[in-house]
Design a protein around this ligand. Structure first.
Ligand code: 6PG
Length: 214
């Protein structure tokens, strides 16, 4: 399905509005880009908050996606149930634990999932050519060797769960992502550009710099 590509001078503001509208199950992502959106959300109405991926570090570590989201957003998450990926358990046990939590919750379809994009066109912790890209059964996997910094093992949702979401929103800014944007959203699906394998009702929120190679 062709993504709905929206280029603006405030993609983070648009993302913040979309996340704030969700009343069901919301899946948020890590890295650095989303912080600008998270900080703009006055209050979340979602019942459940999930994570796309996590670094295998303690939740108070500088590389923790949970720590970033907690500082920028989760204190304003209202009565939501926050489903933290327990990175401190390591990739295998951490993925197994999240899989159990996801299954116990009835394998929810996320109303909206927010994704980022690495300069190598990875998303979640699904890196170019990774075996995890081919996973079709498990909802969550451990990633022993990430393709990019921070070079710590990861826990990541798999493509079936991502693509099964009601709405998929990428938030991508900065000229360093322009090549990845072109490979992910204006080229044929290819495991060398994992984000190009994301399919469904996809909205791509870009600033001019990230869109300059489209
Ligand atoms: C992570 C993210 C990852 C991120 C991209 C972009 O754990 O790093 O989930 O998929 O979205 O790496 O990261 P930046 O927003 O920091 O460029």
């Amino acid at each position: 399905m062709q993504p709905d590509i929206q280029i603006s001078d405030d993609p983070a503001g648009t993302a913040a509005e979309l996340l704030a509208e969700v009343t069901g199950q919301l899946c948020i992502t890590g890295g650095s880009t989303p912080r600008a959106a998270y900080e703009r959300i006055a209050e979340l109405r979602a019942d459940g908050i999930w994570f796309t991926d996590e670094r295998c570090v303690p939740p108070d570590h500088e590389h923790s996606n949970f720590r970033m989201a907690n500082e920028a957003l989760l204190e304003r998450a209202g009565g939501a149930t926050v489903h933290r990926m327990k990175g401190e358990l390591g990739p295998a046990e951490g993925a197994a634990e999240y899989e159990r939590e996801y299954e116990l919750a009835g394998e929810p379809v996320f109303d909206l999932i927010l994704l980022g994009l690495g300069p190598d066109a990875h998303t979640c912790s699904l890196f170019p050519g990774a075996e995890a890209l081919g996973e079709r059964e498990r909802p969550v996997v451990g990633v022993e060797t990430p393709g990019m910094a921070p070079l710590v093992p990861r826990i990541s949702l798999t493509l079936p769960v991502v693509n099964g979401s009601g709405r998929i929103v990428f938030l991508v800014t900065g000229g360093d992502k322009a090549g990845a944007v072109a490979r992910a959203f204006a080229s044929s699906p290819d495991p060398s550009a994992p984000a190009s394998l994301v399919d469904g009702e996809v909205t791509v929120l870009l600033d001019e710099a990230a869109a300059r190679r489209l």
